[in-house]
Design a protein around this ligand. Structure first.
Ligand code: ZN
Length: 245
Protein backbone atom coordinates (compact mmCIF):
# COMPACT_ATOMS: atom_id res chain seq x y z
CA UNK A 1 0.00 0.00 0.00
CA UNK A 2 1.25 3.47 -0.87
CA UNK A 3 2.32 5.76 1.95
CA UNK A 4 -0.24 8.23 3.27
CA UNK A 5 0.95 11.75 2.44
CA UNK A 6 0.81 13.79 5.62
CA UNK A 7 1.44 17.52 6.04
CA UNK A 8 2.04 18.61 9.65
CA UNK A 9 1.16 22.29 9.97
CA UNK A 10 2.37 24.22 13.00
CA UNK A 11 2.12 27.87 13.91
CA UNK A 12 5.73 27.53 15.23
CA UNK A 13 5.86 30.69 17.33
CA UNK A 14 6.08 29.47 20.96
CA UNK A 15 9.17 27.40 20.17
CA UNK A 16 10.95 30.46 18.75
CA UNK A 17 9.84 32.98 21.39
CA UNK A 18 10.04 30.96 24.62
CA UNK A 19 13.40 29.46 25.52
CA UNK A 20 11.97 26.60 27.60
CA UNK A 21 9.53 25.56 24.89
CA UNK A 22 12.33 25.84 22.34
CA UNK A 23 14.42 23.43 24.44
CA UNK A 24 11.49 21.03 24.81
CA UNK A 25 10.84 21.06 21.05
CA UNK A 26 14.14 21.94 19.36
CA UNK A 27 12.70 20.95 15.96
CA UNK A 28 9.33 22.52 16.75
CA UNK A 29 6.21 20.64 17.71
CA UNK A 30 5.76 19.84 14.02
CA UNK A 31 9.20 18.21 14.10
CA UNK A 32 8.23 16.00 17.05
CA UNK A 33 4.89 15.06 15.49
CA UNK A 34 6.57 14.29 12.15
CA UNK A 35 9.19 12.15 13.93
CA UNK A 36 6.43 10.10 15.61
CA UNK A 37 4.73 9.47 12.27
CA UNK A 38 7.99 8.50 10.57
CA UNK A 39 8.69 6.00 13.38
CA UNK A 40 5.18 4.54 13.00
CA UNK A 41 5.84 3.93 9.28
CA UNK A 42 3.52 4.06 6.29
CA UNK A 43 3.58 7.85 6.02
CA UNK A 44 5.40 10.33 3.81
CA UNK A 45 5.62 13.35 6.07
CA UNK A 46 6.10 17.03 5.24
CA UNK A 47 5.88 20.00 7.56
CA UNK A 48 4.61 23.53 6.97
CA UNK A 49 4.61 26.57 9.24
CA UNK A 50 2.86 29.93 9.49
CA UNK A 51 5.80 32.16 8.56
CA UNK A 52 6.60 30.38 5.30
CA UNK A 53 5.19 31.91 2.09
CA UNK A 54 1.47 31.01 1.90
CA UNK A 55 1.99 29.46 5.38
CA UNK A 56 3.73 26.57 3.60
CA UNK A 57 0.37 25.54 2.20
CA UNK A 58 0.63 26.31 -1.50
CA UNK A 59 -2.06 24.88 -3.77
CA UNK A 60 0.47 22.25 -4.85
CA UNK A 61 1.15 21.19 -1.24
CA UNK A 62 -2.53 21.09 -0.32
CA UNK A 63 -3.45 19.17 -3.48
CA UNK A 64 -0.85 16.53 -2.74
CA UNK A 65 -1.82 16.06 0.93
CA UNK A 66 -3.92 13.11 2.10
CA UNK A 67 -4.06 14.14 5.75
CA UNK A 68 -3.20 17.50 7.31
CA UNK A 69 -2.43 18.04 11.00
CA UNK A 70 -3.06 21.46 12.51
CA UNK A 71 -1.46 23.00 15.61
CA UNK A 72 -2.07 26.69 16.28
CA UNK A 73 -2.53 28.91 19.34
CA UNK A 74 -1.39 32.52 19.50
CA UNK A 75 -1.69 33.47 15.84
CA UNK A 76 -4.96 32.01 14.56
CA UNK A 77 -5.85 35.50 13.29
CA UNK A 78 -2.71 35.67 11.14
CA UNK A 79 -3.74 32.68 9.04
CA UNK A 80 -4.93 34.15 5.74
CA UNK A 81 -8.58 33.52 4.89
CA UNK A 82 -7.56 32.53 1.38
CA UNK A 83 -5.43 29.66 2.76
CA UNK A 84 -8.20 28.62 5.17
CA UNK A 85 -10.58 28.39 2.20
CA UNK A 86 -8.01 26.37 0.25
CA UNK A 87 -7.69 23.84 3.08
CA UNK A 88 -11.45 23.74 3.66
CA UNK A 89 -12.13 23.04 -0.03
CA UNK A 90 -9.63 20.19 0.06
CA UNK A 91 -11.28 18.70 3.20
CA UNK A 92 -14.68 18.82 1.49
CA UNK A 93 -13.09 17.04 -1.47
CA UNK A 94 -11.86 14.23 0.78
CA UNK A 95 -8.62 15.22 2.58
CA UNK A 96 -8.37 14.23 6.23
CA UNK A 97 -7.77 16.89 8.90
CA UNK A 98 -6.47 16.26 12.42
CA UNK A 99 -6.88 19.30 14.66
CA UNK A 100 -4.69 19.27 17.77
CA UNK A 101 -5.22 20.91 21.16
CA UNK A 102 -5.47 24.74 20.88
CA UNK A 103 -6.32 24.27 17.20
CA UNK A 104 -9.90 24.19 18.54
CA UNK A 105 -9.92 27.97 17.95
CA UNK A 106 -8.30 27.84 14.52
CA UNK A 107 -10.12 29.42 11.60
CA UNK A 108 -10.15 26.13 9.71
CA UNK A 109 -11.75 24.12 12.56
CA UNK A 110 -14.40 26.76 13.23
CA UNK A 111 -15.13 27.15 9.53
CA UNK A 112 -15.68 23.42 9.09
CA UNK A 113 -17.68 22.92 12.27
CA UNK A 114 -19.71 26.13 12.19
CA UNK A 115 -19.71 26.73 15.97
CA UNK A 116 -17.53 28.82 18.29
CA UNK A 117 -15.51 25.81 19.55
CA UNK A 118 -14.92 27.55 22.90
CA UNK A 119 -14.13 25.64 26.10
CA UNK A 120 -12.94 25.99 29.71
CA UNK A 121 -9.21 25.89 30.46
CA UNK A 122 -6.80 25.99 33.39
CA UNK A 123 -3.03 25.75 33.56
CA UNK A 124 -1.92 24.02 36.78
CA UNK A 125 -0.03 21.03 35.44
CA UNK A 126 -2.70 18.60 36.59
CA UNK A 127 -3.02 14.95 35.59
CA UNK A 128 -5.21 13.91 32.65
CA UNK A 129 -6.70 10.44 32.26
CA UNK A 130 -7.90 9.80 28.72
CA UNK A 131 -10.61 7.14 28.66
CA UNK A 132 -11.04 5.09 25.51
CA UNK A 133 -14.80 4.89 25.21
CA UNK A 134 -14.89 3.33 21.69
CA UNK A 135 -12.23 0.60 21.88
CA UNK A 136 -13.31 -0.85 18.51
CA UNK A 137 -12.73 2.43 16.69
CA UNK A 138 -9.63 2.46 14.42
CA UNK A 139 -8.26 5.54 16.24
CA UNK A 140 -8.21 3.55 19.52
CA UNK A 141 -6.27 0.62 18.05
CA UNK A 142 -3.52 -0.63 20.36
CA UNK A 143 -4.56 1.46 23.35
CA UNK A 144 -5.65 0.11 26.71
CA UNK A 145 -8.78 1.07 28.62
CA UNK A 146 -7.24 4.47 29.26
CA UNK A 147 -3.90 6.28 29.22
CA UNK A 148 -2.59 9.14 31.31
CA UNK A 149 -0.56 12.29 30.91
CA UNK A 150 1.05 13.17 34.27
CA UNK A 151 1.04 16.94 33.77
CA UNK A 152 -1.02 18.91 31.34
CA UNK A 153 -3.20 21.93 30.76
CA UNK A 154 -6.88 21.29 31.54
CA UNK A 155 -9.63 21.66 28.94
CA UNK A 156 -13.18 21.37 30.31
CA UNK A 157 -16.78 21.25 29.14
CA UNK A 158 -18.71 22.71 27.73
CA UNK A 159 -16.83 22.39 24.48
CA UNK A 160 -18.90 24.29 21.95
CA UNK A 161 -18.81 21.85 19.03
CA UNK A 162 -21.57 20.15 17.07
CA UNK A 163 -22.37 16.64 18.33
CA UNK A 164 -19.42 14.52 17.06
CA UNK A 165 -20.26 11.68 14.67
CA UNK A 166 -18.19 9.43 16.95
CA UNK A 167 -16.69 10.25 20.31
CA UNK A 168 -13.61 8.08 20.87
CA UNK A 169 -12.02 9.60 24.00
CA UNK A 170 -13.25 11.35 27.11
CA UNK A 171 -10.72 13.02 29.42
CA UNK A 172 -10.87 13.29 33.18
CA UNK A 173 -8.73 15.85 34.96
CA UNK A 174 -7.38 15.84 38.48
CA UNK A 175 -9.29 19.02 39.26
CA UNK A 176 -12.62 17.35 38.47
CA UNK A 177 -13.35 18.52 34.93
CA UNK A 178 -14.21 16.26 32.00
CA UNK A 179 -13.77 16.88 28.28
CA UNK A 180 -14.64 15.26 24.94
CA UNK A 181 -11.02 14.82 23.89
CA UNK A 182 -11.28 12.64 20.78
CA UNK A 183 -14.04 13.68 18.38
CA UNK A 184 -14.74 12.45 14.84
CA UNK A 185 -16.60 14.51 12.27
CA UNK A 186 -17.31 14.22 8.55
CA UNK A 187 -17.61 17.22 6.29
CA UNK A 188 -18.20 16.63 2.59
CA UNK A 189 -15.97 13.68 1.65
CA UNK A 190 -13.42 14.52 4.35
CA UNK A 191 -12.88 13.12 7.80
CA UNK A 192 -11.94 15.39 10.70
CA UNK A 193 -10.55 14.30 14.07
CA UNK A 194 -10.10 16.65 17.00
CA UNK A 195 -7.54 15.44 19.56
CA UNK A 196 -7.14 17.43 22.76
CA UNK A 197 -3.63 16.78 24.17
CA UNK A 198 -0.72 18.93 23.01
CA UNK A 199 -0.05 21.92 25.23
CA UNK A 200 3.25 23.50 24.23
CA UNK A 201 4.93 23.49 27.67
CA UNK A 202 4.70 19.69 28.16
CA UNK A 203 6.43 16.87 26.26
CA UNK A 204 3.07 15.56 25.03
CA UNK A 205 4.16 14.93 21.42
CA UNK A 206 6.88 12.55 22.61
CA UNK A 207 4.35 10.42 24.50
CA UNK A 208 3.97 6.96 22.96
CA UNK A 209 0.18 6.81 23.38
CA UNK A 210 -0.30 10.28 21.91
CA UNK A 211 1.90 9.32 18.97
CA UNK A 212 -0.09 6.13 18.48
CA UNK A 213 -3.37 8.08 18.45
CA UNK A 214 -2.01 10.57 15.90
CA UNK A 215 -0.78 7.76 13.60
CA UNK A 216 -4.09 5.87 13.97
CA UNK A 217 -6.01 9.07 13.25
CA UNK A 218 -3.96 9.74 10.08
CA UNK A 219 -4.77 6.23 8.83
CA UNK A 220 -8.47 6.67 9.68
CA UNK A 221 -8.72 10.11 8.06
CA UNK A 222 -6.87 9.18 4.83
CA UNK A 223 -9.12 9.83 1.82
CA UNK A 224 -11.20 7.05 0.32
CA UNK A 225 -12.07 9.38 -2.53
CA UNK A 226 -11.07 12.84 -3.71
CA UNK A 227 -13.95 14.51 -5.52
CA UNK A 228 -14.06 18.07 -6.81
CA UNK A 229 -17.26 19.94 -6.14
CA UNK A 230 -19.65 20.26 -9.06
CA UNK A 231 -23.30 21.18 -9.57
CA UNK A 232 -24.04 20.04 -13.14
CA UNK A 233 -27.24 20.55 -15.09
CA UNK A 234 -27.73 17.03 -16.48
CA UNK A 235 -29.85 17.68 -19.53
CA UNK A 236 -29.64 14.17 -20.92
CA UNK A 237 -31.44 11.70 -18.62
CA UNK A 238 -30.01 8.23 -18.12
CA UNK A 239 -33.32 6.64 -19.17
CA UNK A 240 -35.89 8.12 -21.54
CA UNK A 241 -38.41 10.46 -19.90
CA UNK A 242 -41.71 10.76 -21.82
CA UNK A 243 -42.66 14.31 -22.78
CA UNK A 244 -45.34 15.87 -20.59
CA UNK A 245 -48.85 15.59 -22.09
ZN1 ZN B 1 -2.63 24.82 25.55
Amino acid sequence: MADIKVTVWNEFRHEKKNEQIGKLYPKGMHGAIAEGLKKAGGFTVRTATLDEPEHGLTQKVVDSTDVMLWWGHTAHGEVKDEIVQRVKTRVLEGMGLIVLHSGHFSKIFRALLGTNCSLKWREMGEKERIWVIEPSHPIAEGLGEYFELPHTEMYGERFDIPQPDRLVFVSWFQGGDVFRSGCCFERGHGRIFYFRPGHETYPVFYDENVRRVIANACRWAAPRIIKKDACPNVKEPLDPVPAEE
